[in-house]
Design a protein around this ligand. Structure first.
Ligand code: SF4
Ligand code: SF4
Length: 286
C-alpha cells in the first residue's frame, strides 16, 4: 500500500480500530502482571494464601510448585542442590516458556516491565531521542557474569541486586531501597539509553530470551502486503530489530514469522497496526 502522511503514534489504530482494540494486548498484559502481584499480596494483606513464596519459588493452592530456572541454575552453580519440589517447579516453568516464548516472562509477568514501558512512554512524550551506549549483546555478557560469580563466591550474588526480585520483594514487604533501583532504571531508560535496562542490560531477560529460541508461539507479519509504512510498530516495539526481516524481507525470500528470541510476544505491534498486519501465530504457520 502507499505510504500515508505521518500521524501521531497510534492515532491511525485508535481511529480505525477504536481505543480498546488498539490497546487490547497491552491491557491484557497489565492485567496479567498486576494479577500475579495481587495473588502474592493476597496472603500477607488479607490472609488469603492462594500462592505462597515469591517469584523465584512458589507453591500455588498447596499443589503446584513453580520455580525460576534462572535462580535455580545460579543456586546449582553456587553448590546448593535443590529439593525435589523445586526441581518439579523448574520443569513446569521450563516447559511453559519453551512453548510460549521465554520473553513472555518479560512482557506478561515481570513487574519491572511496567516501569520500563512507562519510561519509554515518557521519553516519547518528551520527544527525547536517545540511543544507547550499550550493545544489545551486553545483557548476554552480564548473564555470563551472573553465572560465573556463584561458583566463585558460593552465593547467588545477582539476587542481591536483581531489580526484578528487589521490586517484587519491595511491593510485598515494603520498598525500602528498591525505590532507588526502580527510579534509577526509569531515569536511565528516559535520559541515557532507549529501552536501556530491558533491551540492553538485564541478564534475566537475556536468560529467558535464550529459553525462547525455539518456542511455538510467535508473532507473524502475515498481512505484510498491507503495510503502509507508518513505522508505528518499529516505534512501539521494545526490540524493534526483530520486526524488519519479517515485515520487509519478502523480496529476500524471508517469511513473515518473527522468528527472533528477543521478541517478547507483547503484542503491541498487533495493537498499534491499523492495517492488522500482525497476529499471533505458531512457528509452524506464518
Ligand atoms: S528484561 Fe529484565 S527487567 Fe526487563 S522485563 Fe525482562 S526480566 Fe524484567
Ligand atoms: S515484534 Fe511485536 S510482539 Fe514482538 S516485541 Fe516487538 S512489539 Fe512485541
Amino acid at each position: 500500500m502507499a505510504a500515508q502522511e505521518k500521524t501521531a503514534l497510534g492515532q491511525q489504530a485508535n481511529e480505525k480500530k477504536g481505543w480498546l482494540r488498539a490497546h487490547k494486548w497491552l491491557i491484557l498484559r497489565r492485567i496479567s502482571q498486576l494479577s500475579i502481584l495481587a495473588l502474592f499480596l493476597a496472603g500477607p494483606l488479607f490472609g488469603v494464601w492462594i500462592v505462597t513464596g515469591n517469584m523465584a519459588s512458589s507453591l500455588t493452592l498447596d499443589i503446584l510448585p513453580l520455580s525460576d530456572p534462572y535462580v535455580m541454575l545460579q543456586a546449582l552453580m553456587s553448590g546448593n542442590l535443590p529439593v525435589m519440589e523445586g526441581l518439579i517447579g523448574v520443569v513446569i516453568v521450563l516447559a511453559f516458556y519453551l512453548l510460549i516464548g521465554g520473553r513472555v516472562y518479560c512482557s506478561w509477568m515481570c513487574p519491572v516491565n511496567i516501569v520500563t514501558d512507562a519510561a519509554a512512554w515518557t521519553r516519547r512524550k518528551l520527544g527525547l531521542k536517545v540511543s544507547s551506549p550499550f550493545s544489545r549483546n551486553t545483557r548476554y555478557w552480564l548473564l555470563g557474569l551472573t553465572l560465573i560469580l556463584p561458583p566463585i563466591t558460593g552465593a547467588i550474588v545477582w539476587e542481591l541486586f536483581n531489580p526484578v526480585s528487589l521490586m517484587f520483594r519491595g511491593i510485598i514487604f515494603g520498598m525500602g531501597w528498591a525505590w532507588m533501583v526502580i527510579i534509577a532504571i526509569f531515569m536511565f531508560d528516559v535520559f541515557i539509553s532507549q529501552r536501556g535496562w530491558c533491551g540492553h542490560l538485564c541478564p534475566v531477560g537475556a536468560f529467558y530470551s535464550l529459553l525462547g529460541t525455539k518456542s511455538l508461539l510467535r508473532v507473524s507479519a502475515s498481512r505484510r502486503d498491507q503495510c503502509d509504512d507508518c513505522n508505528d510498530c518499529f516505534v512501539i516495539c521494545p526490540e524493534p530489530k526483530v520486526i524488519r526481516p519479517a515485515l520487509k524481507g519478502a523480496d529476500k525470500g524471508i517469511g513473515p514469522l518473527i522468528d527472533e528470541m528477543n521478541c517478547t510476544n507483547c503484542g503491541r505491534c498487533i495493537d498499534i497496526c491499523d492495517e492488522d498486519v500482525f497476529s499471533f501465530s505458531s512457528r509452524f504457520k506464518s
